[in-house]
Design a protein around this ligand. Structure first.
Ligand code: ADP
Length: 355
């Protein structure tokens, strides 16, 4: 069965075609600059048409969907009800869900009759207990507006945890894992017996670690303080925290960790400082999750920085487990969110044919 995996973002569509269950990657590509000024690709519909010309014999499609709120704890086959729920979640995830939805609707039209599945970034974290996902806000904000921690990168955290279980040759139910997804966006998760019990991202992907351009945890009072001081509106503060902060904001140089490591080696103070803040925040979360899990069998690194930047990994792990009698294994596992989406889609479609 050939499964096309679609990751439809705000201005790009990434696609991969897998043969399942062999997991063979048959084709991959990306259509960029969708809807941008001067671009010939005016819409996701057109972008997807271009992508579909490059692949053939698609038996099913798996879509990455960023936000599933509390409605989706696992992947689902897409029907009118699911589309309605994803549409409703656009209010809570305005930067991501609309683009994901456009991809789904375009595929429905361009591949009529082909089964489609939605795989949610938030689903894996739906096992987080209430004491960990509730914020210290009036309870009605949760019941009325759905304000709580959701967590993201779920597909990646789940994928590397499953791979770790294979590498360690131990069943998931016997493992306590801390997974660090360190890319442009960064998050860390505590996984107990295969279930996410806490993660650093929150209601949006802004909370937690210091990222390429996002600030991560800050004193919430700073939001109104900065708005006041700099005469900013909601759009400007949102831009500041999401786009001009993190590694980019601290260093004043770049959000790219490769460049920062290089510049730090050359003696650039702010590049060095950005790395130190980045590393310290991760160490702090690892400490917290050791306590959440009461131990840890393996610490896992994945994504651009986690997989490739040994120097950053060494700084994060230096003496971090020195006080533990039983030291966790440290593993580097390349993530493959698309393969995970293909596997989940394959299982769903196969079981729907049996029932
Ligand atoms: P995204 O969240 O956009 O998928 P990535 O997982 O590609 O991001 O990670 C991007 C970050 O990883 C950047 O800070 C980049 O400098 C760093 N990085 C280090 N080595 C590599 C590499 N070989 N390929 C891609 N990114 C890398």
């Amino acid at each position: 069965m050939n499964i096309l995996v679609i990751n439809s973002g705000s201005s790009s569509i990434k696609y991969k075609l897998f043969n399942m269950p062999s997991k063979a990657l048959l084709k991959k590509g990306v259509i960029e600059h969708i809807g941008e000024k001067g671009s010939k690709i005016k819409s996701h519909h057109l972008g997807l048409r271009m992508a579909l010309k490059k692949v053939n014999a698609v038996d099913a499609v798996g879509h990455r969907v960023v936000h599933g709120e509390e409605n989706f704890t696992k992947p689902v086959l897409i029907n009118a009800k699911v589309i309605g729920e994803i549409k409703r979640s656009c209010a809570i995830a305005p930067l991501h869900n609309p683009a994901n939805l456009t991809g789904i609707l375009a595929c429905k039209e361009l591949l009529p009759g082909v089964k489609q599945a939605a795989v949610f970034d938030t689903a894996f974290h739906q096992s987080i207990p209430q004491h960990a996902y509730l914020y210290g806000l009036p309870y009605e904000f949760y019941t009325k507006f759905g304000i709580r921690k959701y967590g993201f990168h779920g597909t990646s955290h789940e994928y590397v945890a499953l791979e770790a279980s294979k590498i360690l040759k131990r069943p998931m139910r016997k493992l306590k894992l801390i997974t660090c997804h360190l890319g442009n966006g960064c998050s860390i998760a505590a996984i107990d017996k295969g279930k996410s019990v806490d993660t650093s991202m929150g209601f949006t992907p802004l909370e937690g670690l210091v990222m390429g351009t996002r600030c991560g945890d800050i004193d919430p009072a700073l939001v109104t303080y900065i708005m006041d001081k700099k005469k900013m509106g909601t759009k400007e503060i949102d831009y500041l925290l999401n786009q001009s902060s993190g590694l980019r904001g601290i260093s004043g140089i770049s959000n790219d960790m490769r460049i920062l490591e290089e510049r730090s080696r050359q003696g650039e103070k702010r590049a060095k400082l950005a790395i130190e803040v980045f590393v310290y925040r991760i160490r702090k979360y690892i400490g917290a999750y050791l306590s959440v899990l009461s131990g840890c069998d393996a610490l896992i690194f994945t994504a651009g920085i986690g997989e490739n930047q040994k120097g950053i990994r060494s700084r994060i792990t230096k003496d971090i487990f020195a006080y533990l009698n039983k030291k966790p294994r440290i593993l580097v596992i390349p993530t493959d969110e698309e393969l995970m989406i293909a596997e989940k889609t394959y299982r769903l479609v196969k079981s729907s044919k049996l029932s």
